[in-house]
Design a protein around this ligand. Structure first.
Ligand SMILES: [Zn+2]
Length: 439
């Protein structure tokens, strides 16, 4: 099989167009930037990417395959089939770029396939905090099932529920690490040298790798062709400044091939530098602006409503706020360097939300008045204020119609949001609000 450069040509066209001084020309290509097809493309000599959720990056060596990530429980079988159409060598080493379930959940399928072929089980390498993450997933299983269903939609809650077993967030057949490391680890497998580096970023257990013979970086979720997932409202702490530092460190190696776990691989030193540099710049500026506000005594509210990422960066197809978004990253930076209190003294020990809503509804002339104003604001496109008022109306009133209206306004709002995370929360709110109205 010759080297198919279709994927690399595609990313080259996008990066070249969108990094032009003065902005992209009319009709510049935008995508698709992320496909979950389980299709395998060779992007180098003995080097392949399987596009999935997450991708699997595979290197062929004299001792067997070296893989970065195992994809999810939903896609494990599909990526295994694609890999096997490319190479039937045993999997020598599987590196987890981090312990998110979409990167480790397919490991059971890879192992089962190997066992059928009589292969020895692979060595599984991850950062030393991967196992602590797995422990936390088991500890907070119900929470994680619920938030993933809310973020990605029903059906994406968990895996491993086949054969009558209860579905768990971390699939029960996920392979544990057989080797862990703390800061750096050099590997040599069948003639292929790899340097693993740990850095905080999207997670506290992340690994990125430098592969000198390909001048390549395998970066896990440090690059995902979306605005960095450094603000997820429903999940644990992320590390935007450490994330940008890791991107800067990759840049010093002058990589010529970028191998992310989501989105497109990128070839060419300048293109790779553009993508890595843009991501680093966006994160650095956000952190600098939020911390300047904190140091200057601003409240979280003042910071949330003033700190922005410039449109020129946000429009670039490798930085679009379609998964996470800058506003959420701002809150996450506040949480990282500050505490949970937002600086509003009324919010330090507030009254129960329903009691406050009842008080305000009485002052306004009843929940119906709040609801009517909410509807007006929604129609006028002020969804932030509309949802705030309908929330008060619903909390203060007994009428199921208020909960239906609440559903309607959140559904309207979801349509205006760019990020999957905001859409997920608002759509789930609409769904449960209708359900409550009918109960
Ligand atoms: Zn991921």
């Amino acid at each position: 099989m010759g080297i198919s450069s279709e994927l690399l040509d595609h990313s080259a066209a996008i990066v070249d167009a969108w990094s032009m001084p003065g902005g992209p020309p009319p009709g510049a290509p935008e995508g698709p930037t992320n496909r979950v097809t389980n299709e395998l493309s060779e992007v180098g000599d003995g080097l392949a990417v399987v596009e999935s959720f997450s991708h699997v990056v595979a290197f062929r060596t004299d001792e067997g395959l070296v893989l970065f990530d195992a994809s999810s429980v939903f896609t494990g079988k599909g990526v295994t089939a694609s890999l096997r159409a490319w190479a039937d060598d045993r999997i020598h080493t599987l590196v987890y770029t981090h312990g998110h379930v979409d990167h480790v959940g397919g490991s059971g399928a890879l192992l089962a396939d190997g066992q059928e072929r009589g292969h020895a089980a692979p060595r599984v390498i991850g950062h030393e905090k991967v196992e602590a993450r797995f422990d936390r997933y088991r500890f907070t299983d119900g929470w994680n099932l619920a938030i993933n269903a809310r973020q990605f939609g029903p059906g994406f809650g968990g895996g491993g529920g086949r054969d009558g077993r209860k579905a768990t967030f971390l699939p029960g057949n996920t392979l544990a690490c057989t080797e862990t490391y703390r800061d750096e680890l050099d590997l040599s497998v069948g003639g292929l040298d790899l340097e693993l580096h740990h850095a905080h970023g999207e997670t506290d257990d992340h690994t990125w790798a430098w592969i000198p013979s390909h001048k390549a970086v395998a970066v896990g979720d440090f690059v995902a062709w979306v605005f960095p997932n450094a603000g997820n409202p429903q999940k644990v702490q992320r590390y935007p400044l450490e994330w940008s530092a890791a991107l800067r460190e990759m840049l010093t190696l002058e990589p010529e091939l970028l191998l992310p776990a989501h989105g497109l691989p990128v070839a060419g030193k300048e293109r790779v530098a553009t993508v890595l540099g843009d991501l680093a710049t966006a994160l650095e500026r956000l952190v600098a602006d939020v911390v300047a506000g904190m140091n200057g005594g601003a409240t979280l509210d003042e910071i949330v409503h003033s700190v922005r990422v410039e449109d020129d960066l946000l429009r670039r197809p490798w930085l679009r706020p379609i998964y996470d978004e800058p506003e959420f990253v701002v809150r996450n930076i506040w949480r990282l360097y500050g505490g949970w209190w937002d600086g509003d003294p009324a919010q330090l020990k507030p009254p129960p939300a329903a009691a406050l809503a009842t008080e305000l509804a009485d002052l306004a002339g009843g929940p119906g008045r709040l609801a009517a104003r909410a509807q007006e604001l929604s129609a006028a496109g002020d969804h932030r204020m509309a949802c705030q008022l309908v929330e008060l109306a619903a909390q203060a009133g007994q009428d199921p119609g208020l909960w239906h209206l609440r559903a309607e306004l959140y559904r309207a709002r979801a349509l205006t949001e760019t990020s999957l995370m905001a859409q997920g929360v608002f759509n789930e709110t609409a769904r449960s609000s209708d359900e409550r109205a009918e109960s």
